[in-house]
Design a protein around this ligand. Structure first.
Ligand code: GMT
Length: 378
């Protein structure tokens, strides 16, 4: 098949999912054409079946806002006609499914549209009054819709009502040959960050408000009062200033390290003892899955799709949003009991590998593409 893949290029799980899916589809012999405003950040390995088509900007004084949605639609048509795309796969309803819908209408032959919902497109962005009708149109006009968790599929129907068709749940995935515990690999770095053998906690995100990174610092401050530890914060974003301020306020400047945006997190995860994801909302929490696959138990909030990813009392612990004390106790219960820690770490790896392998996801997406191409069966 020739698949057009539309995604956000910037740091974030949806771009990662689209890119990793692209590589896996390429391995199966499909041709994958990424169409985006910039090269997706994980699309850095050459693969003969993967292509990137940049949506270029136009500068015209009359446009107060550059019409990206329209430029994208035009690019989709250009690529679809030139290479002969069989299907277009939009990651994120807004604006990608709308651009793809426009492209479909401009085509002189059918171009089936698959939309994958990732979370904030539906729960936050899509539900803003300004985007509500557009998102609904994107959903209704898609030939197939997938969501990354059962919780997101339920939320979508709750927010937008019935939308002509079932939403297929295809959970996010990891390549178990890439995300795995690699004993000893990062020992030198670990000694650098934790020279006295301190435990290492970590959080990775795009530092948006929804991630509650300030809570991570607060949880860490409670944990480090009991057991020596360090906190690695990976990523950057709008909350950075508040997070730094909190670390200073709590006198933790020497113990909280900011590593900034990182392209590859599998190496960093090798140094980590416990991963913290206290988000306000999370449709899936791909980074929690990546952490578990590397043998790192996860402490997360009990929201959205996180309970489908982190198994409470087995691969980590869940607590209510904002329960900083509960989450710090959960971290401590792992850090102060070696046997429990070992069992959680091992179960995390097994759970991630067995339940979320890339091979299964690829098969499911292939079948969704086939269904979209064949059209509704009577
Ligand atoms: O969470 C973000 O800020 C980024 C966003 C994205 O576009 O990548 O993440 C969403 O999609 C990921 C991949 O499916 C999910 O793992 C995240 O849980 C989801 N974020 C939210 O629901 C807040």
């Amino acid at each position: 098949m020739k698949i057009g893949m539309v995604c956000y290029p910037s740091y974030g799980g949806s771009g990662v999912v689209a890119t990793e899916l692209g590589y896996a589809l390429g391995e199966q012999g499909h041709e994958v054409h990424f169409i985006s405003s910039a090269r997706p950040f994980r699309l850095h390995r050459f693969h003969e079946k993967l292509f990137f088509h940049e949506v270029t900007d136009v500068n015209y004084p009359l446009f107060k806002f550059p019409p990206y949605t329209l430029l994208l639609a035009n690019k989709i048509v250009e690529v679809a006609n030139y290479v002969g795309l069989d299907v277009i796969h939009a990651h994120y309803a807004i604006p990608h499914s709308i651009s793809a819908l426009l492209a479909k209408q401009m085509m002189t032959r059918p171009l089936p549209l698959v939309t994958t919902l990732h979370g904030t497109d539906v729960t936050l962005v899509g539900a803003f009054e300004e985007f509500y009708n557009l998102t609904r149109l994107g959903l209704k006009s898609s030939d197939q819709i997938t969501a990354v968790s059962r919780s997101l599929a339920r939320d979508t129907v709750e927010i937008f009502g019935p939308i002509n068709q079932d939403i297929k749940v295809i959970p996010n995935f990891i390549d178990p040959n890439v995300y795995l515990p690699m004993k000893g690999l990062m020992d030198r770095c670990r000694r650098y960050f934790a020279p006295q053998g301190e435990k290492i906690l970590a959080h990775i995100s795009n530092f948006r408000e929804v991630k509650r990174v300030v809570d991570v610092v607060r949880i860490f401050s409670l944990v480090e009062k009991v057991t020596p530890c360090r906190l690695l914060l990976v990523g950057d974003g709008p909350e950075m200033v508040r997070v730094e301020r909190e670390a200073v306020k709590l006198g933790l400047e020497k113990k909280v390290m900011f590593l900034g945006k990182q392209e590859s997190v599998k190496e960093i995860l090798q140094m980590v003892d416990v991963f913290i994801l206290p988000s306000e909302q999370e449709s899936f929490g791909l980074v929690a899955l990546e952490a578990m696959a590397c043998g790192v138990p996860v402490i997360a909030s009990r929201v959205g799709g996180l309970p489908e990813v982190v198994i409470h009392g087995k691969t980590g612990y869940l607590a209510e949003v904002g329960d900083v004390v509960g989450m710090s106790e959960a971290v401590l219960s792992l850090l102060t009991d070696d046997l429990r820690y070992k069992s959680f770490s091992e179960q995390a790896v097994t759970w991630a590998r067995e339940m979320f392998p890339v091979e299964r996801a690829v098969k499911e997406y292939e079948s969704v593409y086939e269904d979209a191409i064949q059209g509704p069966r009577s």
